[in-house]
Design a protein around this ligand. Structure first.
Ligand code: URA
Length: 241
């Protein structure tokens, strides 16, 4: 399938400056397509097939970006909001140009792994309830979490709206007044983990996502920090499709 786009738009999207800067650059003769200087900023090209050079240097075209954010508390998982900071406010312009969207949602006060991408197919796949992608969380829970809770999670928990969750894995790391646990769920209902603990009479006081499918949070990222996925991480995710 051909993917014809305006030359100035392709270069602006790749970070060569604003549309105006890029037009000037093209008109100055700095840009070659298939080794021929092109002076028309509106020329239609297929960046996935045709070679582009700027000042004699080959441009490596990228269509998709994949970012791993360690979401901090206090920002909402949305692309825009009138009043609150969103996860996109943490992302640099160099990546925003690609129009990344969050994959799934973490609550305002949940931390941890949030994937952002402009790859709609992957986004759809990872968030589709039918695919039952495994997600792992670390939680601190007010109240003593016991083996009977582990059993109840394994059976599926009936939430406050009557919905019964799929079986979930609960592992107790520390059983005390504030218990520390790992939880694995295969869905993403609204406030799911908080509501699951609420249903067994406990309260989540800290929640952090550690993994989505085969993608693990890079623990060297501090809350608010992000990085691009490595090639291997991208391949492993795309292999799921
Ligand atoms: N479950 C929750 O309750 N909150 C989240 O952010 C994710 C899962």
């Amino acid at each position: 399938m051909s993917n014809l786009q305006r030359l100035d738009k392709v270069l602006a999207n790749m970070g060569y400056g604003s549309r105006k800067d890029v037009k000037k650059m093209i008109k100055s003769g700095a840009v070659e397509i298939e080794d021929t200087v092109v002076l028309d900023p509106e020329m239609k090209i297929d960046p996935e097939v045709q070679s582009i050079k700027v000042n004699g240097k080959e441009v490596v075209y990228r269509k998709y970006i994949y970012l791993m954010l360690n979401k901090p508390q206090g920002v909402i998982t949305a692309t825009e909001d009138m009043n609150q900071h969103t996860v996109l406010d943490l992302i640099n312009e160099e990546y925003l140009k690609f129009n990344p969207s969050p994959v799934g949602r973490l609550d305002k006060y949940t931390e941890g792994l949030l994937l952002l991408t402009n790859d709609g197919t992957l986004n759809h796949y990872l968030t589709s309830p039918k695919k039952e992608i495994d997600k792992e969380y670390y939680a601190e829970v007010y109240g003593r979490v016991t083996k009977s809770d582990v059993e109840a999670f394994r059976e599926g928990i009936v939430l406050d709206d009557g919905y019964k969750t799929l079986p979930a894995e609960l592992e107790i790391l520390e059983e005390s007044q504030v218990s520390k646990v790992l939880v694995k769920i295969k869905e993403g209902k609204f406030h799911q983990i908080k509501r699951m603990f609420q249903a067994v009479g406990k309260k989540v006081i800290y929640l952090k996502r550690l993994r989505i499918g085969n993608l693990k949070l890079d623990e060297t990222l501090k809350p608010g920090e992000y990085r691009e996925l490595t090639e291997d991480e991208v391949k492993a995710l795309l292999n799921l499709l």
